[in-house]
Design a protein around this ligand. Structure first.
Ligand code: 5RP
Length: 228
């Protein structure tokens, strides 16, 4: 079970990669929130960096911590990106999007050669899809059509409902999220491309071949998984 200590441990490990003068991407979620808190402390102590957020959540937290923000328009190439994940397999492929921020997260991840993922050990799986479905961001007018097409391929599809809001989750980009459960994900690479070829799908939460290293924490220690 994830606790705050394991999140702090992986956040600190990721912070070890951040150096003066860097422009970094910052993911979304509770583990990244821990990273942002520690990053803020370092910035207040004098660390000079710029950060590209991947969601309203990370933009707000970064601003509250006094971390200067920038955009991909000003900095289309990033020194590194730190993000969380919902599942990680042993080839460092990921499922992301538990926080519905997958589209901006994938765009920002694609702007670096160094994507660092921080997770607790409950997120490591043998095969993607073991513990959850793949989040898929869809244009609202297409959601039912996309659901129908995915169900024809054998998936179970649920429109994600909001909390503290009536009706579906609306992403930072104004779209809906479908959580798509396939009986089995044998080839994440093919599935990632297949999903994105369906009209109406903006992006999906399979991140294949993007992560460079993954810090996996538990309440006692830390493990590093590196790209083979
Ligand atoms: C948001 C994400 C998050 O990185 C993922 O859901 C992990 O979040 P947490 O660190 O809270 O477990 O992909 O879209």
């Amino acid at each position: 079970m994830a606790n705050i200590e394991s999140k702090r441990r992986v956040a600190l490990a990721a912070l070890g990669h951040v150096k003066d003068g860097m422009v970094i991407g910052v993911g979304t979620g509770s583990t990244v929130s821990c990273f942002i808190e520690i990053l803020g402390e370092r910035v207040r102590e004098g660390l000079k960096i710029l950060a590209v957020p991947t969601s309203h959540q990370s933009a707000i937290l970064l601003a509250e911590q006094g971390v200067p923000l920038t955009t991909l328009t000003e900095h289309p190439s990033l020194d590194l990106v730190v993000d969380g994940a919902d599942e990680v397999d042993l080839d460092l492929n990921l499922i992301k999007g538990g926080g519905a921020a997958l589209t901006q997260e994938k765009i920002v991840a694609s702007a670096t050669e160094c994507l660092i993922i921080i997770v607790d050990s409950s997120k490591v799986v043998k095969r993607l899809g073991e513990t959850r479905g793949v989040p898929v961001e869809v244009i609202p007018m297409a959601w039912k059509l996309v659901k129908y097409k995915l169900e024809k391929k054998g998936a179970k599809v649920v429109l994600r409902e909001g909390m503290g809001k009536a009706g579906p989750v609306v992403t930072d980009n104004g779209n809906f999220i479908l959580d798509v459960n396939f009986p089995e994900i044998r080839n994440p690479d093919n599935l990632e491309r297949e999903l994105n070829s369906i009209p109406g799908i903006v992006e999906n939460g399979l991140f294949v071949g993007l992560a460079e290293l993954v810090y996996v924490g538990n309440d006692k220690d830390l493990k590093v998984l590196r790209k083979k």
